[in-house]
Write a protein that binds this ligand. Structure first.
Ligand code: HEM
Length: 415
């Protein structure tokens, strides 16, 4: 049996918070191993990165999700009782519910709403002074996703809901007031949506057929029961919150266009180049650093022992930057995707493996589609300047966006 390298510190929770996205990668390089053990939240934990590790991690016979996610993440980002913590037939049933919402026609409808919203906003930005792209996108996506999902949202509530959805995403990896803001935001948003689910079920708030609201409110589980209203609210939030979070990737895409201006011309009227550009944004820029699971039953892998119940963290960011998979991983090079088949365990910003059978992100196609539309809109519908500002990404923070989002000035309609 090989000896698994061990992190020397008695507990690495603070180091993980401090090192952020590079925590696992730095140690893998130090120990010259893609597997090592450490202690996180005072409990023994195994950390993994790389393609073989991702394939192992998404093997449902070896890993489960129940009790894997720390409570602070459940209380802010994911909620409790949702699809992320389910296993076996319960997970398959709930995941099928999500995947039934993600039809090509529904994705196209969402995209069309987004394009329409974009055109309206460009007209408003023209002559209106500096625009914080990240903040604007957050409000735009809040409006768009609620309209698409069948969730009524008066104009006066857009700002408040956008702030709540952002607060949940920012809260898991921080201590203090930002963490508590995220918990309060989740509480309020769950109350709002649980009430809506209830009113939909009794016919007071009819939902358009096939919308996320209708599908989730009417879903019956493996035993034929409706979901408890609080859990239905968590699942509806599992659609609203991450669609709004695509604003981070869109901001990164705008940053990449700024840093690599030759790509502005290359993506214009070229769907394949736009796809490569978007895939490289998802690979290169930091989003969710890790995924967590527990060993379902004891096994050995590559000479290392994985005891039952042990928490295991897969480095999503580190796998997307693994030098064995991505030559010169710290360079932004969309052309690396030309002619490359995208393997389900190599490019894993939204998890790996199969969308239906495992925990891979249900919204990956939506994300890619919306990002492509944002890139196309940025280069075809408007012109703008990017004034001097601090655009440094802080890999110690989540989200690792530039401190003020991305400010655009002198926005005018193209053509
Ligand atoms: C799961 C990332 C957008 C819905 C996940 C996971 C990651 C992720 C890392 C967990 C994978 C795992 O546990 O192994 C992202 C990123 C997004 C995004 C970076 C870009 C903003 C979306 C969108 C939706 C969505 C747009 C819905 C419309 C979900 C759901 C799950 C999930 C429901 C749980 C899947 C399961 O446990 O089976 N996502 N996601 N995500 N995502 Fe996304």
């Amino acid at each position: 049996m090989a000896t698994m390298p061990a992190d020397r510190s008695p507990d690495s929770t603070l180091a993980l918070l401090r090192a952020g996205y590079r925590f696992i990668g730095e140690r893998c390089e130090r120990y010259d191993s893609d597997v090592f053990k450490t202690r996180i939240l005072l409990a023994p934990t195994i950390c993994l990165r790389g393609r073989p590790a991702a394939e192992l991690f998404y093997d449902n016979d070896r890993f489960q999700r129940a009790t894997a996610m720390p409570l602070r993440v459940q209380r802010t980002l994911t909620g409790r009782g949702g699809v992320q913590g389910l296993d076996g037939p319960e997970h398959s049933d709930r995941k099928a519910m999500f995947m039934s919402i993600m039809t090509p026609a529904a994705i196209q409808r969402l995209g069309q709403l987004f394009d329409d919203e974009w055109r309206t906003r460009v007209a408003a930005w023209e002559g209106a002074g500096p625009v914080s792209l990240y903040d604007e996108l957050g409000r735009m996506l809040t409006r768009v996703v609620c309209a698409w999902a069948g969730v009524p949202l008066p104009a006066s509530q857009v700002e408040r809901r956008a702030v709540e959805l952002h607060a949940m995403i920012e809260a898991p990896a921080v201590l203090g007031p930002r963490h508590w803001r995220g918990r309060l935001a989740r509480y309020r948003a769950e109350c709002w949506l649980a009430d809506l689910i209830e009113r939909t079920r009794v016919g007071f708030a009819p939902a358009p057929a096939g919308s996320a609201l209708a599908v989730i409110a009417e879903h019956r589980d493996v035993r034929g029961n409706l979901l408890p209203r609080r859990i239905a609210a968590v699942e509806l939030l599992n659609v609203l919150r991450p669609v709004v979070a695509v604003d981070q990737y869109m901001t990164f895409a705008a940053l990449a266009l700024h840093d690599h201006p030759t790509w502005r011309e290359r993506v214009r009227d070229d769907d394949e180049a736009t796809e490569h550009f978007v895939q490289e944004v998802r690979r290169y820029y930091p989003f969710f650093p890790i995924a967590a699971a527990r060993v379902r039953r004891t096994f050995d892998w590559q000479g290392h022992h994985f005891p039952r119940g042990r928490r295991v963290l897969l480095d999503l960011y580190g796998t997307n930057h693994h030098p064995a998979l991505w030559p010169q991983p710290e360079l932004f090079r969309p052309e690396r995707f030309a002619g490359r088949r995208v393997d389900p365990f190599e490019l894993i910003p939204q998890g790996g493996g199969d969308h239906w059978a495992g925990h891979r992100c249900a919204g990956e196609w939506i994300t890619i589609d919306l990002m492509k539309r944002a890139v196309t809109n940025l280069v075809t519908t408007m012109r703008y300047d990017v004034p001097v500002q601090n655009l440094a990404l802080d890999l110690h923070r989540m989200p690792a966006l530039p401190p003020l989002g991305l400010t655009l000035t002198n926005v005018r309609r193209a053509g």
